[in-house]
Design a binder for this molecule. Structure first.
Ligand code: CDT
Length: 299
């Protein structure tokens, strides 16, 4: 067996005027709780340091850039790195990143020694570029971020193969299969998902279902564990789903959040269990028929 104790560290809302230091303090409190429960990896949400600003329209670049990180760790995030190293805990963190003139929706995996061992920049950016004032809140990721340029990384870490994706990526089976083809055994992701979709309100009551449906299908069809973490609750007028969870390679949810606030969701997993799926029903070498899948990779 390859046992690992993992946690989704769900965050409740972060107010627009909440300093990064406060968000970091909340994350450190969850990390300390995780340590008391024997956790070795803590997964924080997408864009975990600030309110999810793509929910509103801005033109002034300086106003936009205050939500972005120019370095990681920074003075404000260093205490999180220090605490993780002190406790020997690995963590995943989502944040808005500026690299020169380029802006990305980014996630990193930090090892228990405090070094960054993997980095991903979000590929599937939902929404649109211009203000749509009829909406109660916006979905402007295409305005504020460029498409990521790091592919879909899977690295050797924590005794297994660890893959990253971010929020909307989880709805796309192609993402899961690209991670699966790299033998991912543990996929980490964060999300900010509104309860209400102004463009399709008839499916608002299915938002939690579609979240779990995507995670469970991705896990099962690729024989991988998933740790998926929300930023949840009512943030600057936008209610977001919770449902942070840990999914087994069988597709079963083995731990799930019960609130929309700061909450730690813990599970003991065994990375060797991925083989049950990947050696049998989803033995890619034995059963895939890629010559008949070419349309998937065409525009
Ligand atoms: N952050 C993010 O990617 N959110 C999107 C909102 C989609 S709007 C229907 C998501 O896929 O959850």
């Amino acid at each position: 067996p390859r046992p690992l104790t993992v946690a989704a560290a769900q965050l409740g809302p972060i107010a627009d005027d909440e300093p990064r230091a406060s968000a970091v303090a909340r994350m450190i409190a969850l990390m300390e709780k995780a340590h008391r429960r024997g956790v070795e990896l803590v997964v924080f949400p997408e864009a975990a340091l600030t309110a999810f600003f793509p929910h509103w329209y801005m033109e002034d670049q300086a106003a936009i850039d205050r939500y972005f990180e120019t370095e990681m760790p920074s003075a404000e995030t260093q205490p999180l790195f220090d605490k993780a190293r002190e406790l020997g805990i690995a963590f995943h963190l989502g944040y808005a990143e500026i690299d020169g003139e380029h802006r990305y929706n980014t996630a990193i995996l930090v090892g228990p020694d405090g070094t960054i061992v993997s980095k991903y920049r979000k590929v599937h950016l939902p929404g649109y570029r211009e203000n749509e004032p009829w909406r109660p809140f916006q979905n402007l990721e295409k305005r504020y971020f460029e498409r990521g340029n790091l592919g879909f990384p899977v690295v050797d870490a924590l005794g297994g193969r660890v893959g990253l994706c971010i929020c909307n990526d989880r709805r796309w089976p192609e993402v899961w299969r690209i991670l699966g083809l790299q033998n991912a055994e543990l996929v980490l992701l964060g999300y900010n998902t509104p309860q209400h979709d102004p463009a399709s309100p008839a499916i608002d009551h299915l938002q939690d279902f579609h979240n779990h449906l995507s995670l469970q299908a991705g896990a099962y069809q690729n024989g991988t564990y998933v740790v998926a973490t929300a930023k949840a609750g009512l943030e600057e007028g936008c209610e977001m789903i919770g449902g942070s969870c840990i999914v087994a390679p069988t597709g079963e949810i083995i731990a799930v959040a019960s609130t929309r606030g700061d909450e730690l969701v813990v599970a003991d997993i065994d990375l060797d269990r991925c083989k049950e799926i990947r050696s049998n029903i989803f033995n890619f070498t034995a059963h895939r028929q890629p010559d008949l899948y070419t349309a998937i990779a065409e525009p």
